[in-house]
Design a binder for this molecule. Structure first.
Ligand code: PHE
Length: 456
């Protein structure tokens, strides 16, 4: 093994390490918790169909735009724009990305903490056969509304995340992804077999996979595009950062496509687990954000070996969340390491502490503190999602496209995507999408959420 000089930057050991880590970033609560309830609110198949269209036409071009910026500069988002557009305002876009990552981590970790609590409750038999919808709702409300566990588990999740991030790219993030991603896939497949063999599972499949295009409304399109951005970790430079550790010789067209397909595949897989189970139990799919926390335990309660499958399910949710919180933290840490020359271990520790402080109000906003629970008519956590998840990511994604399209140039982007002699099929089309179609489409969605106040 070659010795690393102190100035040499850490990198993925190869393509596989990148694919698993970047897929780990993309695959998260967004796929297993958010995607199913969005699909339930957006009419099932209609939402799924539009979501797939959004991933392929908008998500994939933006993904390659971000990855190429990272690959060209080998920097975090702020350092990347400093390198490509020195003396301009563009580094502020990098700063928006880094801060968005920090702020998303501060509410994402709260929900990730719930998954750990639910894993524990499932393991210790909280969801027995007598847990009906009302009881399950009460368990959820009282669990997320109790300050101790809500804050404690958020802190726990941030500590675990920092323990991985401080070990670096190949030795920490990649190693964790190489263990966690196969486990996640294995667990979801087990759950799939269980779900598909339940009586009446077919109705759930039909709901999810047969698009009724008369259900496609502007709201569905907005939800689907927003879901595509969030789920692919786009708009804040996570993929700039992960792309910055990509080996020069490996094929980025291959690796990027694999990440997009994995993200889409796991969302569908989660849907194929959840909807057959819901329909088999005769439950309503439009349960909103409580779907997997409130509705699923009642499904598990009625199922043979339900406690076992519930434990597996919430473990998979926690694993998926962890590989995503790692990427959110890495964006901030990469900035502190690259540009501020902080030691990585110190950076990870400080980011975890800072993030925890910012996360406490979100953790307390689900009932524990009445003021934070009804702040401006929403919970503090929901407001964070609106500001950073909706506005932060969509503004970030639009500006990244405009930067590539009009400042850096789509030819440069595509050269760095193809670096190492790996052609990107449909090269010209990608340039056109990044320059015109993506910013316009995301801009329309942004205008829609501003005007209607309906968020994704
Ligand atoms: N993509 C992650 C998920 O689906 C969330 C995320 C968003 C991670 C933005 C990093 C950046 O859960």
């Amino acid at each position: 093994m070659a010795m690393q000089s102190p100035t040499e930057r850490d990198a993925w050991s190869g393509k596989l390490g990148f694919v698993l880590a970047a897929a780990g970033s993309a695959i998260g609560l967004g796929n297993i918790w958010r995607f199913p309830y969005m699909a339930g609110e957006g009419g099932g198949g209609a939402f799924v169909f539009i979501y797939l269209v959004c991933v392929l036409t908008i998500g994939v071009p933006v993904l390659f735009a971000e990855l190429s910026i990272g690959r060209a500069t080998e920097r975090n988002p702020i350092g990347a724009f400093k390198k490509l557009a020195p003396g301009s305002w563009w580094p502020a876009l990098g700063a928006l990305g880094v801060f968005t990552g920090f702020a998303i981590l501060a509410f994402y970790a709260v929900i990730a903490g719930w998954t750990v609590g639910y894993f524990w409750m499932a393991l210790t038999g909280t969801f027995g056969p007598d847990v009906d919808a009302a009881a399950s709702g009460e368990i959820f409300t009282s669990f997320i509304g109790t300050a101790g566990p809500a804050v404690g588990l958020t802190g726990f999740f941030l500590i675990v995340t920092a323990l991985v991030v401080r070990r670096g790219i190949s030795g920490g993030i990649e190693r964790a992804a190489k263990i966690l991603m196969p486990v996640l896939l294995g667990v979801l497949f087990l759950l799939l077999i269980r779900a598909l063999t339940l009586p009446g599972a077919g109705a759930g499949l039909e709901y999810l996979l047969r698009p009724d295009l008369s259900e496609v409304t502007p709201t569905v399109v907005v939800l689907a595009l927003g879901q595509a951005l969030f789920s692919m970790s786009l708009g804040m430079g996570a993929m700039i950062t992960y792309g910055s550790y990509f080996p020069k010789k490996d094929s980025l067209p291959f690796a990027g496509t694999a990440v997009a397909l994995a993200d889409m595949g796991i969302a569908l897989l989660a849907g194929l687990v959840i909807f057959p189970a819901l329909f088999s139990a005769g439950l309503d799919p439009s349960g909103g954000p409580g779907l997997v926390f409130v509705v699923l335990p009642t499904v598990f309660a009625q199922m043979p070996f339900g406690g076992f499958f519930a434990t597996l399910f919430f473990a998979s949710l926690a694993i998926a969340a962890l590989t995503s919180t790692i990427s959110l933290m890495e964006v901030v840490v990469a900035y502190l390491v690259d540009d501020r020359e902080w030691p990585r271990k110190k950076a990870a520790t400080m980011v975890a502490i800072g993030c925890f402080v910012l996360a406490v109000p979100s953790a307390l906003s689900q009932g524990a503190n009445p003021y934070l629970s009804t702040f401006l008519g929403e919970t503090w956590l929901d407001i964070q999602n609106i500001i950073w998840g909706n506005y932060g990511l969509s503004i970030g994604a639009i500006l990244i496209c405009l930067f590539v399209g009009f400042r850096w140039g789509t030819d440069k982007m595509l050269d760095f995507v193809e670096l190492g002699g790996n052609p990107l099929p449909g090269r010209g089309l990608f340039g056109f999408m990044v320059k015109f179609v993506c910013p316009l489409a995301i801009g329309v969605v942004l205008a829609f959420i501003i005007v209607t106040g309906q968020y994704f």
